[in-house]
Design a protein around this ligand. Structure first.
Ligand code: ZN
Length: 310
């Protein structure tokens, strides 16, 4: 049987100061903080999740904020840009807002059949707000400043910049359910037709570019979604058979995960949709209270005391 994934599940990145990260994503971009938890491997560091109103896979951007982290270097072997889907005619709003908040940006440009607007977050992580012809029916989060007609819907795409794209292309098409849709100069766009949203990946072939270094302002890993444990285990077997060193299943409370490094150097994860972000909080409670996994619950006071101010 052919293995598939259903597009991007979440993207995890590294930031500096937690409060500045929270302000950028919730106040400036208008995303919803849907989970405030800790790094399960380092409970004195936050793990913050930003998403749409209903905290759906395909909208989840998560951060490990490390207060004194050095800045990463953008380059090959990395996920270099995150593309967010925004509604038609929203760029005037975003451009005004970007200028008001002194955010670094490039003026809107065109690629394939879509317009995009590049911005950098406080740590230098690169985003593109994208207006495309695809329908996007995901329910956005609405704030006092960012209304429904302009709000971010969720991921559309992720771009990997690689020194060699042959093996990564093969991984995408043979094992993860993607196919090549179009190419222009050194950009190859793959689409996952099993996915409704967050279904594109661009590979940028950049053999001469310097190798990137993952640190502050870099993507740490890209997670692909699968429906359930069975699909995940099938993928585990196929990836092992293809020679990938893949971890056993790890319980991340909100999803179950497998990790492996793709041939171009980017860390990939396979994450299950269930149980989802509402396993410990209702839709109105999402992100309000510090959530700890069971193993750290007895240390709550000590952990809360050492986490930085938000
Ligand atoms: Zn992850």
């Amino acid at each position: 049987m052919k293995t598939i994934t259903n597009g991007i599940h979440h993207i995890t990145a590294i930031s500096g100061n937690a409060k500045s990260n929270l302000d950028f994503y919730t106040k400036f971009l208008g995303l919803k903080l849907v989970k405030k938890t800790v790094n399960f491997d380092d409970p004195h560091t936050y793990h913050l999740y930003y998403a749409n109103r209903t905290a759906d896979p395909g909208t989840l951007l998560t951060f490990f904020p490390w207060e004194n982290i050095v800045k990463g270097i953008r380059g090959t072997g990395q996920a270099t840009e995150i593309q967010y889907s925004v509604p038609k005619d929203s760029f005037d709003f975003w451009l005004n807002r970007i200028k008001e908040h002194n955010i670094l940006y490039n003026k809107p440009s065109q690629r394939f059949d879509e317009e995009y607007l590049t911005i950098l977050d406080n740590d230098g992580l690169k985003f593109e707000l994208v207006i495309s012809n695809d329908k996007d029916e995901r329910e956005p989060f609405i704030t006092d400043d960012v209304n429904e007609s302009v709000a971010i819907r969720g991921f559309r795409n992720i771009t990997l910049t690689l020194q060699n794209i042959d093996k990564t292309s093969k991984l995408l098409t043979d094992l993860l359910g993607y196919k090549l849709k179009e190419e222009k100069v050194n950009r190859f766009r793959f689409v996952n037709e099993n996915a409704v949203d967050a279904k594109y990946i661009d590979l940028v072939f950049a053999p001469g570019e310097q190798r990137g270094q993952v640190a502050g302002g870099s993507v740490h890993h890209v997670a692909f979604r699968v429906k359930n444990d069975d699909e995940q285990m099938m993928l585990h077997e196929k990836l092992s058979d293809a020679g990938y060193h893949i971890t056993p299943q790890i319980d991340r409370k909100y999803f179950k995960s497998l990790y492996f490094r793709e041939p171009g150097g980017v860390l990939f994860e396979i994450a299950t949709d269930p149980p989802g972000m509402m396993v410990d909080e209702s839709i109105d409670e999402l992100g309000k209270k510090l959530q700890l996994p069971e193993i750290y619950e007895s240390r709550r006071l000590e952990i809360e005391k050492r986490l930085p101010e938000l």
